[in-house]
Every structure is written in C-alpha cells, then in structure tokens.
Write a protein that binds this ligand. Structure first.
Ligand code: NAD
Length: 487
C-alpha cells in the first residue's frame, strides 16, 4: 500500500504505523480533528491485534542486537536521535499545537527541547548503570542491569511527544526495544518521532509505533505475552484496567496518573510570585496532570491574595494557541469539553460560588474560561475529582495542621506546591503532604535525575534517574564467593 501522509501545519506526517522500520497501514481508520479550530487533520490507521502482534514480533527480533550494543554502543545513535529532534523543533511544535491545542511557543521552547533531553539524558545516564559492586565478608555482589525485553509505552494526549520520550529515552537507553501506542486524540508527533528515529539510524524494529484506540490497540499491547514492561501515563481509571492485565501476566507496570494537587499559600509568602503561579495553573487550559488545582490560602491574607490572583488571572488570554499572546488554548476534544463543563455545572448546582469564569469562552467551541470556585464543600465533587480543565477551587486555612489535613483529603497524591516565607514551617508542611513531588516557592521545576511519580491513586512506582533504570531493567546480583577461584 502506498505511503499515506497528511499535511499538518505545513508538515507531512505519516498516518500509518511504524513497524520493523517501515510504514504499515490498517484497514480501519480513526478521524483526527484539530482542537484549535475543529479542522480535519487526518484519517489515522487504527491498529488491530494483528498490527500489535507484528510490532511486538519486530521488537523481539531487534532486541538481542540492540541489547548487545551496550550503553556505549547505543549512546551515539540516541544522541543523534535527540539532535535530529531539536533540528526539527519547528515542525514538531507546529504539529503538536495543531494536534492537541497546546501553546506553540511553549512547545517550541520548552516541550520539544525537553523531549530531546529525555533521549540524550538517559542515553548518558545509562553509562553510570554499570559496574556496581557490594562488598561483604564472604562475597562480592556484582550488580548488573540487564535489558528487560520489549517495553510497551502508552501515553496521553496532553503532552504526547514529551510524555512519550520520557519513556522512550530510558527504555531504549537501558537496551530494551519498544512498541509505542500514542494517544488517539493527538497521535501525530509520535508518528514524526518514528521518522526522526529512523533518520538517526535506530535499527529497524527497535522503535515501533502502533496507532489506534486504547480499548483495541492499547488493550492488545498490554495483554501481549511477549511484553516485558508496561509503562503507562494516563488516567487512574485506565490504569485500573491496564493494572489487571499486568497483574495476570506478572508484568512490571509503571503508572503515572491523575492528580488534584494542593497549591498552598502561607501569609508570609511572596504573594506576587504565588499569585502568578496560581494564574499559571490555567496554562494549557489546565490540562496538566501536575496542576495545583486546589488553592489553599491562609485566612489572614485571603482578601489581599484573592485580588492579586484575580488580576493575574485576568492576563491569562484565552485564544488561538498559535498566537504568542495566548495563555489558555482550547480543550482537546468535544467529549472532554462536555466532561469539563459537566463538572462546572454540577459544582454550581451543588452551591459552589463562581468567583470568576464558569462557562464557555467566546473564542470558540472548545474554549473554556479560566474558572475559580469558592465555597465548595470539602467532600464535593469539584473539591475531590480531577477536572483536567482550567478550573480551580479556593479554600482557606488557619493552622498548619488544618492545611495538611485539607491537602491530604483526596484519593490522589501526585504533586503539591507551597509558597511560604519560613523555611522550617515550609519543610514541616512539605514533609507532611502526601505527594510524589512538592515544589516550595517554585513550580514545575523538573530535574531528570530526580524521582518522579505519584502516591495513592496518582501512580505506581517512580521514574527519573536511577529509578527509570530500576524499572526498565532486570536487576541481577551475581554473588561471588571471595578467594574461591583457582584461576
Ligand atoms: P486515558 O487514560 O484515557 O488514555 C491514556 C492512554 O491510554 C491513551 O493512549 C489511550 O489510548 C490508552 N488507553 C485507553 N484505554 C486503554 C486500555 N483499555 N488499554 C490500554 N490502553 C488504553 O488518559 P487521557 O485522557 O489520555 O489523559 C489524561 C489523564 O492523564 C489525566 O488523568 C492526567 O492527569 C493524566 N496524566 C498524568 C501524567 C503524569 O505524569 N502523572 C501526565 C499527563 C497526564
């Protein structure tokens, strides 16, 4: 079948799978429209179980040679992969924006460079994962990080290239081969990623991409008996399904999931910086897993701080994400728009007060106003459930114990943000809040060597630095008795 491409933002992108170093089409397709203006983008191949079987077989076949290269052998290829990604930053950013509505400038200057770093960083880190020894009285333990096999990587639509490369980088650097199942609402940059990997010289079968619907292609992938690792980023509900498959086959699963993170502001904090950060939670239309969506403010500064946040939120211009002045683009899909507006309408009906926003924006069908709710009950749906839209809640507290209790009154534990002028107090609160990451007087600072993941229903395991290699390798201890060798 002839190669099929779609031209998206002036860039030709294949709409088919990438299996064993060539493009493969499916009989079935799914339609992909742009959230920016609803325009048709592409009919994308919808992978079947047969496509997944072919991709896993290709990855299995490519595994021994890729694993045998070792970290040094893989390093130059992966560094070239990262360099090629940077060279195509404009294309990747433009396609990502058309596909998922995220801000063009943010994609170009932050997410694409971070995606390239995801590849080069772990390629270099892999060099450190060798030659560990543990010396005890009787034996020397040689700790070896063996590639695990075929890794299945499944990612969501809110930052597809960045979130996918966050898995691709360490999985490949550790010597695994991979099958990627991109998100069906934003599948195109993962397709470009396959072309870039090919240009960089990744051998056929090392990186495979099967496009498709989660319940079909994703389901076939996580249930495949030859998959050795499942790395999933997405919703907690989907993780429960995938977790069932992983449990049946005893396949290690890493899951990075949803959140309802607290953003705590103490009375002695830098209130201007804190207000800017609260308003910043509306970026990407609030479709950010780490967003601090529950704003918890010390009662004594409530009025002053509310006015600062109101002013900062007023600068969060809603509009076309390709416009450099825009801060809040569209929601991804009509189904997601209904979900977000459903949360908002139910919160209003429950008696929560709309402090600002609260309805569709005049910018277009999928655009929603930055919204703040006050006065919601602690156990109300809007205080407890992840909305994944530009919707925040506002609560006050009067003591450290109270704010810690409110912050932890949720099923989630992904992240938290704290603005506080006193170091001892900040560390006391930060230590007591349940979360994988807490930012103190900053937000969204990510170091790839730090552990990343969620507690409670926000995730399973940690990735980043050594933690990524703990997951993507089979760790072996060769315990050698001392002084027993004769030659
Ligand atoms: P989702 O769970 O609906 O889908 C994520 C991926 O899973 C998609 O590729 C989808 O096709 C696939 N999928 C769906 N059903 C499947 C099944 N039965 N088997 C296998 N794969 C299946 O999530 P979403 O709506 O795309 O993303 C939003 C969610 O992702 C939010 O909850 C957000 O908080 C979370 N998220 C978490 C992080 C993090 O790092 N913790 C980062 C970004 C997004």
């Amino acid at each position: 079948m002839a190669a099929r491409t779609a031209t998206i933002a002036g860039v030709d992108v294949s709409v088919d799978h990438w299996i064993a170093g060539r493009r493969v089409a499916s009989k079935q397709h799914f339609t992909n429209n742009s959230p920016v203006d609803g325009a048709f983008l592409a009919d994308v191949s919808a992978g079947s179980k047969e496509d997944v079987d072919a991709a896993v077989a290709a990855a299995r076949k490519a595994f021994p040679a890729w694993a045998a290269l070792g970290p040094e052998g893989r390093l130059p290829i992966l560094k070239k992969f990262a360099e090629r990604m940077l060279a195509r930053a404009d294309d990747l950013a433009a396609v990502e924006t058309a596909d998922n509505g995220s801000l063009l400038m943010g994609n170009k200057h932050r997410l694409v460079p971070r995606s390239a770093l995801n590849i080069s960083f772990f390629a270099e880190w892999a060099l450190k994962m060798q030659g560990h020894t543990i010396n005890s009285d009787e034996v020397v333990g040689h700790v070896q990080y063996d590639p695990a096999g075929v890794a299945a990587l499944i990612t969501p639509w809110n930052a597809p290239l960045m979130l996918t490369t966050w898995k691709v980088g360490p999985a490949l650097a550790a010597g695994n081969t991979i099958v990627v199942k991109p998100p069906e609402w934003a599948p195109m940059t993962c397709s470009l990623m396959a072309d870039i990997a090919d240009e960089a010289g990744l051998p056929p079968g090392v990186l495979n991409v099967v496009q498709g619907i989660g319940e079909e292609a994703g389901d076939a992938l996580v249930n495949h008996p030859d998959v050795a690792r499942i790395s999933f980023t997405g919703s907690t509900d989907t993780a429960r399904i995938i977790g069932g498959a992983a449990a049946r086959s005893i396949t290690p699963l890493s899951a990075e999931l949803g959140g309802k993170s607290p953003l705590i502001v103490c009375a002695d904090a830098d209130l201007d910086a804190a207000a800017q950060t609260v308003a910043g939670q509306y970026m990407n239309a609030g479709q950010v897993c780490l967003a601090g969506t529950r704003v918890l403010v010390e009662k004594s500064i409530e009025e002053e701080f509310l006015e600062k946040v109101r002013a900062a939120a007023g600068h969060m211009v809603v509009g076309d994400p390709r416009d450099p002045g825009t801060r809040v683009g569209p929601l991804i899909h009509p189904e997601h728009f209904s979900r977000v507006s459903g949360f908002v309408e139910r919160a209003k009906a429950d008696g929560a007060e709309v402090l600002w926003g609260g309805s569709q924006s005049s910018e277009g069908d999928l655009y929603f106003q930055p919204t703040m709710f006050g006065g919601a009950a602690a156990d109300a749906e809007i205080s407890q459930r992840e909305v994944f839209g530009p919707v925040l809640t506002w609560q006050t507290f009067q003591s450290d114990d109270e704010v810690i209790a409110i912050a932890n009154n949720t099923e989630y534990g992904l992240a938290g943000t704290l603005f506080c002028g006193n170091e001892a107090r900040a560390m006391r609160i930060a230590s007591a809040v349940v979360a994988g990451t807490i930012w103190v007087n900053c937000f969204f600072v990510r170091d790839l060597s730090a552990p990343f993941g969620g507690s409670r229903t926000s995730g399973l395991g940690r990735e980043g630095g050594n933690w990524s290699f703990d997951f993507y390798t089979d760790i072996k201890n060769i315990a050698v008795r001392k002084d027993a060798f004769t030659s």
